[in-house]
Structure formats: C-alpha cells, structure tokens
Design a binder for this molecule. Structure first.
Ligand SMILES: [Zn+2]
Length: 128
C-alpha cells in the first residue's frame, strides 16, 4: 500500500508549464483544454484534442476522442478568471479520467497554476 500511495506523476517540465500558459493566453477569453503526457513520472508534453469545445466552462472534453495512449495521465485547462480552483464540473471530469490535472488562471504566469488529483484535491508537482 505504501508503494501505491506514492504519486506516479511527481513533476512537470518548466517548458510545458510555459507552453500551457502561452496557450491559455492565446485562447483567452475562451478556455484552453488539453491532455497531459508523462514520461518516467514527469509531465513532458501537452496534447491538444481535436474537436474540443471551448468557451463554456463545463469540462467539455470529448472523452471518446481521447487517444488510447497510456502516457496520457490527465488534463490541463485554463480558467478565464482569477481562480484556479476546480469547479464541480472539473472534479467530475477529473474523476473520469487520469490522476493529474492542472488548472491555470489569469494572469497565466508561473504562480497561476495548481495541480489536482482525481478527487480535486490539490497535489504538489515539482517543476523540473
Ligand atoms: Zn475549470
């Protein structure tokens, strides 16, 4: 059980965070949505989903469009507001897919993001 408690995903590359915040700025005032890919416990890439809706804050991932890819570990989206707290819709999305979820908010900088698990509980991700 101890082994199970250790988070499989423990870090994220600085470049990926920068990319997320850039994409969030570009997409503003709509929401930016993507999935996260990881290698050896570190988030190394974001993967945009074709057909993803944006603009309506309701966890609008098209789950059936997700690639069958075990390196996809969770999701990232932006909030066009000053809150990076997950909404109820976000938490229900988190519970359906993956265990590492990032939300970034205005002003989309190094301090504006937070990471959550499938329950919507905040988790620590080390920036590497
Ligand atoms: Zn949200």
């Amino acid at each position: 059980m101890t082994e199970g408690k250790r988070r499989k995903i423990w870090g994220i590359e600085q470049d990926v965070l920068d990319m997320i915040n850039e994409a969030a700025k570009d997409t503003y005032p709509d929401e930016f949505l993507a999935t996260l890919r990881a290698e050896k416990g570190i988030v190394t890439e974001i993967l945009l989903l074709p057909g993803t809706l944006s603009g309506e804050h309701s966890g609008t991932f098209h789950l059936h469009m997700l690639p069958i890819d075990l390196s996809v570990v969770g999701t990232v989206h932006s909030h066009p507001s000053f809150s990076n707290m997950p909404s109820e819709a976000d938490i229900s999305l988190f519970g359906r897919f993956g265990n590492t979820h990032i939300i970034t908010c205005i002003p989309f900088d190094k301090r504006s993001w937070k990471a959550y698990d499938y329950n919507g509980d905040e988790i620590e991700l080390e920036v590497v």
